[in-house]
Design a protein around this ligand. Structure first.
Ligand SMILES: *Cc1c(COP(=O)(O)O)cnc(C)c1O
Length: 428
């Protein structure tokens, strides 16, 4: 595999951009390699600067459920751009996307569009604190809610392999308002509520965790969170930035029948352009300026291009057929991978839901942050490198999710499985 061009881009990028990347996990540090510079992408494939071709299971970390440059999404963006790229004023597209979101997710009466998932979670917490007039929040070890200060404690995503338990620059005083509980462990939450229930503004959770690798929720645990928060007057915030419109047309909450007070969205609702959103009950959302006193704003919020890409994406997802197709393809891939792992005797825990999955190199079940940490990251790095060198682009970290898109065809799934067999056989 040629990589001269990517290498020279990386050398130059490091001169002008810290670490050469604009988001840490892109740097391939935790798999001990240099990143590839991507020059184009189409469907299920990305192509790097040295013209190598890969089947992509990163899919921009989740937004691209339709694959890269889907013709209808591209057309919508092109059409929107011709009418202006930003107005700094309301436009009809915003209403259309907001209405689609409210209709798809019953707990959302009103929604505010922002530019990233980070902004969505940060604003949702501000709103929850204002609504409850309380300061403390509960988050879960291994869950990631963007990089706002309050969340940078035992956070997932790039922080899990970056060797940074939290980040310098985050005031200790702020972190003292963040309580960290254990995923899938209701007792840990009960204890926090027993001790300081009347100070807790909100519990924020990824209802299916996707930033410590994929960790499935115990549904009873999620119901328990709803009961505990309701009983104490705290808000329940579902961060569905990954799961929103990924697990179904709506959120994971639609599937488990839980009504959170606030929901964070991002990724898929922007169709590959920068977007986030937070929404919930009218009575809470009405606290936002200019209707209420809680401030939050954005020069490019509701951007016409991002909104157009989001609407085009949701329109294609609406019929639900894509979800059935994704389920079948990803199920087949999972089953075949299980077989080849069994044949080679390499221990693995495969967590999968719909079109998301993670392969943990461990014998034990993976159900929370602690169990993810038992995975052998060196084995993952070897597997990652072997796959990459044979044209399969997996997330460059043990603790990230693989995404399948509607553009992945059965022949891609077959190829992935065949390559995985070669790579695993070479590893024993
Ligand atoms: C990606 C992600 C975020 C942050 O979104 P950005 O757009 O990267 O700021 C927040 N929460 C979850 C669950 C995410 O997966």
């Amino acid at each position: 595999m040629k990589s001269e061009k990517s290498s020279s881009y990386f050398e130059k990028a490091k001169m002008f951009i810290p670490g050469g990347v604009n988001s840490p996990v892109r740097a391939f540090k935790s798999v001990g390699r240099n990143p590839l510079f991507i020059t184009r992408a189409k469907g299920a494939r990305v192509y790097d600067a040295d013209n190598n071709e890969y089947i992509d299971y990163v899919c921009s970390w989740g937004p691209l459920i339709l694959g890269h440059s889907h013709p209808q999404v591209v057309e919508a963006v092109q059409k929107a751009a011709l009418s202006g790229t930003s107005y700094g004023a309301p436009h009809p597209g915003e209403i259309e996307l907001a209405e689609m979101i409210c209709q798809a997710i019953p707990s959302i009466d009103m929604v505010r569009l922002v530019n990233s998932g980070t902004e969505a979670a940060m604003s949702a917490i501000r709103l929850a604190r204002a609504y409850t007039r309380r300061d403390k929040i509960i988050k879960f070890a291994g869950c990631y809610h963007g990089h706002a200060d309050s969340f940078l404690i035992q956070a997932g995503s790039g922080l899990l392999t970056g060797g940074v338990p939290t980040s310098p620059g985050v005031p200790a005083g702020l972190i003292s308002d963040t309580i960290v509980c254990r995923y899938n462990d209701l007792d840990s939450v009960r204890l926090a509520f027993d001790r300081m229930g009347n100070e807790i503004a909100a519990v924020i959770i990824e209802p299916m965790a996707g930033n410590m690798g994929l960790v499935l929720p115990d549904v009873e645990f999620l119901h328990g969170l709803r009961e505990l928060t309701a009983a104490s007057g705290a808000l329940l915030i579902f961060d569905e930035v990954i799961t929103g419109f990924r697990v179904t047309y709506g959120g994971l909450q639609n599937l488990v029948g839980i009504v959170p007070d606030l929901t964070c969205l991002g990724k898929i609702i922007g169709g590959g352009l920068p977007v986030g959103a937070y929404g919930g009950r009218k009575e809470i959302m009405q606290l936002m300026a200019p209707e209420g006193p809680v401030y939050q704003a954005g020069t490019l919020s509701g951007n016409p291009l991002a909104v157009a890409a989001g609407i085009a994406t949701l329109n294609l997802l609406k019929t639900g057929e894509i979800y059935d197709d994704l389920e079948v393809k990803t199920y087949i891939l999972e089953t075949r991978l299980r077989t080849v792992f069994e044949e080679t005797g390499i221990p693995v825990a495969i967590n999968r839901y719909g079109s998301m999955f993670s392969l943990f190199f461990t014998e034990e079940e993976v159900t929370d942050y602690e169990s993810t940490q038992k995975a052998d990251t060196k084995m993952y790095s070897r597997f990652f490198s072997g796959m990459l060198e044979r044209g399969i682009y997996l997330p460059p970290s043990q603790f990230e999710v693989c995404f399948v898109s509607s553009a992945h065809e059965m022949k891609d799934i077959d190829q992935t499985f065949e390559v995985a067999r070669q790579v695993l056989e070479a590893m024993i």
